[in-house]
Design a protein around this ligand. Structure first.
Ligand SMILES: NC(=O)c1ccc[n+]([C@@H]2O[C@H](COP(=O)([O-])OP(=O)(O)OC[C@H]3O[C@@H](n4cnc5c(N)ncnc54)[C@H](O)[C@@H]3O)[C@@H](O)[C@H]2O)c1
Length: 260
């Protein structure tokens, strides 16, 4: 259980971000969410979290702005408590292959998915180090970090970079009681890929037929894994990639039918 701890979640109003917030609040953590939405639009969700008798806070913050992220972490510490459960989760994706991806789209994906995750992880763990407190960082990565997808190379590169950041941080922070891991989902039936499936139901059908376990991942499944890596009883696992792709990585790209 996570009573008395404060979680900070970027992209906290997205499909997976909200599921993580619900699960961590259910386990007793106070929850601070950051996203791009207008604060006026998130009151209902904050009240839902508060019904768990935890504190809930929302800030409109663009994770690609390092100074804004530092201010966000400071504001959360002042009002809710220093975050000890740090979940860099915000991400964007723009379908475009290597030949067609624009410099702007490339830069945006790297800025949000990789730089933004770094800014949050660094700002929050530096405070834990100052306070001599232990903590957990759980990056929401992707199986795209190791499986090439020709239609989203910028996203793949951003998630591959995130994975190495995770490993470097894990090694540096282990002696300070801060464990750093990654949860790496495959095909999720919501969020970034869910929107593709809504636009083209054939894609969802193909995903379902391809994934060896025959099921798409739900946001709650990702949230359960993130919560597991926040659990204080897990004391010896750091630098680990928790792959949850239903066996997709066991298939070749050609068999998955993704790569031409
Ligand atoms: N949905 C999938 O199939 C899938 C698969 C593997 C991994 N993931 C990962 O799960 C995480 C959550 O994605 P999701 O599927 O819930 O998508 P989502 O779009 O529902 O959530 C992402 C959230 O990030 C926010 N965001 C985007 N840019 C931001 C910025 N600059 N600053 C702050 N917030 C920003 C968005 O507003 C959104 O609320 C991502 O890291 C994604 O890469 C998703």
């Amino acid at each position: 259980m996570l009573h008395g701890q404060t979680a900070i979640i970027s992209g906290g109003m997205g499909d997976i971000g909200r599921a993580i917030a619900r699960e961590l609040a259910r386990q007793g953590a106070h929850v601070a969410l950051g996203d791009l939405r207008d604060p006026a639009d998130v009151g209902g969700f904050l009240r839902e979290l508060e019904s768990r008798e935890v504190k809930a806070r929302y800030d409109k913050v663009d994770v690609s702005d390092a100074a804004a992220v530092k201010d966000w972490v400071a504001a959360v510490e002042a009002s809710v408590g220093a975050p000890s459960l740090i979940v860099p989760n915000a991400a964007v994706v723009t379908p475009a292959n290597f030949r067609t991806v624009t410099p702007e789209a490339w830069t945006r994906e790297l800025r949000v998915n990789l730089d933004g995750a770094f800014f949050l992880a660094q700002a929050a763990t530096l405070r834990l180090l100052d306070l001599h407190k232990p903590g957990r960082v759980v990056f929401v990565g992707s199986w795209a970090a190791h499986a090439p997808h020709t239609h989203i190379p910028a996203y793949c590169a951003s998630k591959a970079g995130l994975r190495m950041l995770m490993r470097c941080m894990a090694l540096e922070l282990a002696p300070h009681g801060i464990l750093v891991n990654e949860v790496a989902p495959g095909y999720v039936d919501a969020g970034l890929s869910g929107r593709f499936y809504e636009q083209d139901p054939k894609l969802r059908k193909r995903a379902l037929e391809t994934v060896p376990v025959g099921q798409l991942i739900q946001p709650d499944d990702v949230a359960a894994e993130v919560a597991r890596y926040c659990d204080a009883r897990l004391k010896h696992v750091t630098g680990h990639v928790q792959l949850m792709d239903g066996g997709l990585s066991l298939l070749s790209a050609a068999f998955r039918g993704e790569d031409a």
